[in-house]
Design a protein around this ligand. Structure first.
Ligand SMILES: [Zn+2]
Length: 230
């Protein structure tokens, strides 16, 4: 629905600028009402999403959006950090703890090792923690949608899906969420979940589907834009 095009401004405040344009042939339910600018500091990218008829990207547009979003700084994760729901969380290792565990403490992810630090186990622990955090957030989000749903999912699974596929829904009501959603803002996971929940009622992308999604989550469209920057 949105097509990437070359940006006249390659970088802004350390972010690389990606530009996408709305095609002219979209359903009215999926049309951008105005230009949207989305900064993802933990990926170091900013996306500019334009109307079909909009002119080119100007520095003033980026500056206004940057100021409106509290002047985010580029914060790329290194081996001592994990990007969790769009925030950078430090990862601290506790060697020779006598046990193995992973937990969050005062805004830091702690990873305990029986003996010396093992980078392979470290990664496995951090990834397992992120998947669990994503599943917990999805269940909490499901509770907020529940009173307005006609059908509940059988269960929610966190899976490694192809990058552009953030969620899937099977005919028997199993919802799969892409494990990479744990790195993006939580609003993107909520939108993905809402999309798959609507598939439990409409197993297609008909107009009725988009209207029902808009009823369930009116601001679903701006939330989806971060997909394009992952
Ligand atoms: Zn769909």
């Amino acid at each position: 629905m949105l097509v990437a095009e070359k940006s006249p401004i390659p970088s802004f405040k350390g972010f690389s600028v990606k530009v996408f344009r709305q095609g002219r042939t979209n359903l009215s339910e999926r049309r951008l009402s105005r230009t949207q600018v989305v900064f993802v500091p933990t990926r170091g990218v900013v996306g500019v999403f334009l109307h079909a008829a909009h002119g080119t990207v100007e520095e003033s547009l980026l500056m206004a959006a940057w100021q409106a979003q509290n002047c985010p700084q580029v914060t790329l994760p290194d081996e001592n950090h994990i990007a969790l729901f769009g925030c950078l969380v430090p990862v601290r290792c506790v060697p020779f703890a006598g046990y193995e565990d992973v937990w969050m403490q005062e805004g830091e992810l702690q990873v305990a090792f029986k003996r010396a630090i093992d980078p392979v186990k470290r990664r496995a622990h951090v990834e397992a923690f992120a998947r669990k955090a994503l599943l917990d957030a999805a269940h909490a989000s499901l509770e907020t949608f529940k009173p307005r749903l006609k059908r509940m999912p059988q269960r929610i699974d966190i899976c490694p899906l192809r990058p552009r596929i953030l969620g899937q829904c099977t005919r028997d009501g199993v919802i799969r969420l892409n494990e990479s959603l744990c790195h993006l803002p939580q609003s993107v996971m909520e939108e993905t979940l809402a999309h798959e929940l609507v598939h439990l009622e409409h197993f297609n992308h008909s107009t009725a589907f988009w209207l029902r999604l808009t009823e369930l989550l009116p601001d679903w469209l701006p939330r989806t834009l971060a997909h394009y920057l992952s």
